[in-house]
Design a binder for this molecule. Structure first.
Ligand code: EPU
Length: 438
């Protein structure tokens, strides 16, 4: 695929769109399915680049990943009993963060596992030191080779206590995948509690795991000897849902989304409302977003759940270019997640990125040279006469599409492969947007 999206902006884009299963849970559920030898059926799996990459990782070690013949295209059966390889390949189609999680899962099956270096969006250093430390604490010897990571175990993995240095989503998932089949009772402190983590715990418990979430970000995992297959539905993608909300408010349109529980967006509605976005809960799976008044500036700080999600930062920044006054967005999860604002400025936005902590407390990047706060002065008139903006990372991709719809005139959005890794083919999925592929 090598096309760009040609977008003619400046008018309203009302319509209805189905929200797919969450990318950041579907890929983890696919890995969790390898913890048993029985078949697991996953429902509502999004058809996107990241699930395709994960599918090729699983197939690469020998698992069968199939669509049931009478099922819907977003149902996937994972048959792990055929797994034969302890070497996780680098898929031809690219890479994501999944090999490091699959490595932990396969360590129950093999005495030695190797995985390629993990990639993912270029939004900061994104080390995997917590994952590797978790493997060590569960009893594996871990080394970094020229090709990637290697872990060796001499006996069954054994329970441990690990206080995570930061409530990392991926490292918490690694601990769950390692602890669920380790011998003894594991305690993980300072863990992440994003809805996708809760979904993973629910799925592992449905497979026979014994995992408890206690107060104060603590997980207690009583290791079991084996897990069994299950049928599990992927929760709706709250990141995508919030992006549609931002687009509706930014372009003064009405966008209805289907396929997500409203409560999963509870920590989004407050800031969205303060800006001027409106929400109508239609039923337990549908919501309508609109602009309920002139847009106002806000001060937002991203944080781990239940804070404001870092993956909402880009669409909200695009929305804030249309608010009257000065807004501040302080990114505290990643050190370098404002690379995309340059293109918004080319379209006419007025966004300044600074290295200090703005709008709230000091974050862990305080005093370090990271461009992690943005000052957005609005309202700005965005316009384009055929400008091409090149997507730098997945979540920035939808912010670019939003900016192109806000901007009067024609904008070309290129490098859409990155966007489609997380959102699929937007032109197909949301025909009301009238995106042309060129
Ligand atoms: N971190 C470390 N060491 C580690 C792991 C993480 O220092 O071993 C740091 C990271 O560098 C970062 C912070 O901890 O500064 C948070 O990273 P986290 O591990 O929580 O992120 P992740 O698991 O790699 C997932 C999502 C991201 C989302 C974050 C935060 C997936 C595949 N990715 O990443 O989603 O931003 O959690 O919620 O689940 C996206 O979907 O575009 C995306 C980037």
């Amino acid at each position: 695929m090598s096309y760009c999206y040609k977008i003619t902006g400046g008018s309203s884009v009302s319509g209805v769109v189905d929200i797919p299963g969450a990318k950041n849970f579907a890929t983890k559920a696919m890995v969790a399915a390898t913890l048993t030898n029985e078949i697991t059926r996953l429902l509502n799996v999004p058809i996107i680049g990241d699930t395709a990459i994960t599918e090729s990782l699983l197939s690469g070690v020998g698992a069968l990943v199939e669509r049931p013949s009478h099922g819907r295209s977003n149902e996937v059966d994972i048959k792990p009993s055929t797994i034969v390889s302890n070497t996780i390949p680098l898929p031809d189609s690219g890479s994501n963060r999944i090999p490091i999680l699959l490595m932990g899962a396969l360590l129950h099956r093999f005495d030695e596992v190797s995985a390629p270096f993990v990639a993912g969006c270029n939004i900061g250093g994104r080390p995997v030191d917590f994952h590797l430390e978790a493997m060590r604490l569960f009893g594996a010897e871990v080394s970094i080779t020229n090709e990637g990571y290697r872990a060796v175990k001499r006996k069954r993995l054994t329970a441990c206590h690990y206080a995570l240095p930061y409530p990392s989503v991926g490292a918490t998932e690694s601990c769950l995948l390692l602890g669920v089949l380790a011998s003894g009772t594991t305690v993980i402190q300072n863990c992440a509690q994003e809805p996708e983590i809760i979904a993973l715990i629910t799925m592992l418990n449905a497979m026979g795991g014994r995992i408890n979430f206690s107060a104060g970000r603590t997980l207690t995992i009583q290791g079991v000897n084996e897990l069994h297959g299950t049928v599990f539905s992927i929760i709706g993608d709250r990141i995508e849902a919030a992006s549609w909300a931002a687009l509706a408010a930014a372009t003064d349109s009405e966008i209805t989304i289907n396929g997500i529980s409203p409560e999963i967006l509870v920590n989004f509605f407050g800031p969205y409302n303060s800006i001027g976005g409106g929400v109508e809960v239609i039923d337990k799976e549908s919501l309508r977003f609109y602009r309920h008044r002139e847009l106002s500036p806000v001060s937002i700080e991203t944080d781990v759940y239940p804070g404001f999600a870092t993956d909402w930062q880009q669409p909200i920044t695009a929305l804030l270019t249309q608010a009257n006054g000065v807004s501040v967005v302080h990114e505290t999860v990643y050190e370098n997640r404002f690379g995309y604002v340059q293109a918004l400025n080319q379209l006419g936005a007025n966004i300044q990125v600074v290295n200090y902590c703005l709008g709230g407390g000091k974050c862990r990047y305080y005093g370090r040279d990271y461009p992690h706060s943005a000052i957005i002065s609005g309202k700005t008139r965005l316009k384009s006469e055929g400008l091409t903006i090149n997507i730098p990372d997945l979540r920035a991709g939808l912010a670019y599409v939003m900016a192109a719809f806000i901007a009067e005139g024609v904008t070309y959005v290129s490098n859409v492969e990155l966007l489609e890794r997380g959102y699929g083919d937007l032109a197909l999925r949301a025909p009301f947007l009238d995106i042309k592929k060129e």
